[in-house]
Design a protein around this ligand. Sequence first.
Ligand SMILES: *Cc1c(COP(=O)(O)O)cnc(C)c1O
Length: 398
Amino acid sequence: MSTMPPSLRVRRRLLLGPGPSSVHPRVYEALARPLMGHLDPLFLEVMDELQVMLRQVFQTTNRLTLAVSGTGSAGMEAALVNLVEPTDEVLVCVNGVFGGRMCDIVERLGATLRRIDRPWGEVFDPQEITDTLRSHPNTRLVAVVHAETSTGAHQPLAEIGALCHEQDRLFVVDAVTSLAGTELRVDDWHIDACYSGTQKCLSCPPGLAPITFSDRAVERMGERRGKVPSWYLDVSMLRDYWAESQRTYHHTAPISMNYALHEALALVLEEGLSARFERHARNSTALVAGLSALGCRPFAQEGHRLPMLNSIYLPPDVEDAELRRRLLEDHDIEIGGGLGNLAGRIWRIGLMGESCRRTSVLTLLGALEELIGSAAGGAATAAAESVYGEMAAEEIRS
Ligand SMILES: *Cc1c(COP(=O)(O)O)cnc(C)c1O
């Protein structure tokens, strides 16, 4: 018999926060499959397939594509620790919490940090990066967050990638929240290192960090003067385990998490990337329409709002902590609060992967209507329904 607290056995939360997101039953089944050894040929087959699927989802042909043990932050650390040396100058673009975290890592590596900032909720113009690089010509690496989960801002990458490529600077992208939720073209956008996490739009429990490195990045790693300062995240050693011909033991792979990621990636590819991106966009549009009927304005810069992380100002006269507590306790719905000085001012509503469904949108809006009071009178769900109705009509016409 399970010794879990009874409430944990029966409660099922609707996860509409900044991650983790809801998990598909097939992924839970994968997690429950019997363990094998991490060098068992059957498990290695799982790893090989997983690697092929990861490349498809990252839209890359990079050979060095794998899943690092650990959460999204381990992916961030793996990208930087392998590519940055103490003699390097690194440019980090900061418009939220996660750009700040990259700065922290770069400083710990002893490199020279050049940081440019945008107000939270805004994105960077490629011109700003061009200008910064012109005044700091020795910059070796540029790091950017694609989907800033702390603000809901969606950073365009193609132009920044092209300019880094032209100038021979490494381009590192945090795609923890964007991967499998919105367009991300690692090869076309000249990204040299791109990492993600399993618990956002891949809809897996937290525990692995998919990552991919371009050949140019691999070359740079080969030219390092010193050892990678992290033993656990040294990709040159991880590579020998993931390489079909070698399979050198490094650390024990988290077997069950690899099963789960394998299944989650299969689900992504069965749906198809473009259908998945379209689903994220559609549900976000409906949610935002519903929220606006409740008097909530979007927070992030217009034209640069993420579909999977909807940041909105709180509705008028609502007490943040109390409302989120009631959503969780009375309705089993989790949404995220604001971070830093956005605490108490915005909500961060995730529609990631499995959580990104019409039923999630309508359930949340219905609960908010009930909690915020009769003033809204069903207007929010009606607004969302009308968006869905228009989209369905559009589909029939086309
Ligand atoms: C969630 C997140 C991370 C960190 O991932 P963890 O799984 O919490 O370690 C990094 N970057 C972004 C943009 C994120 O949203």
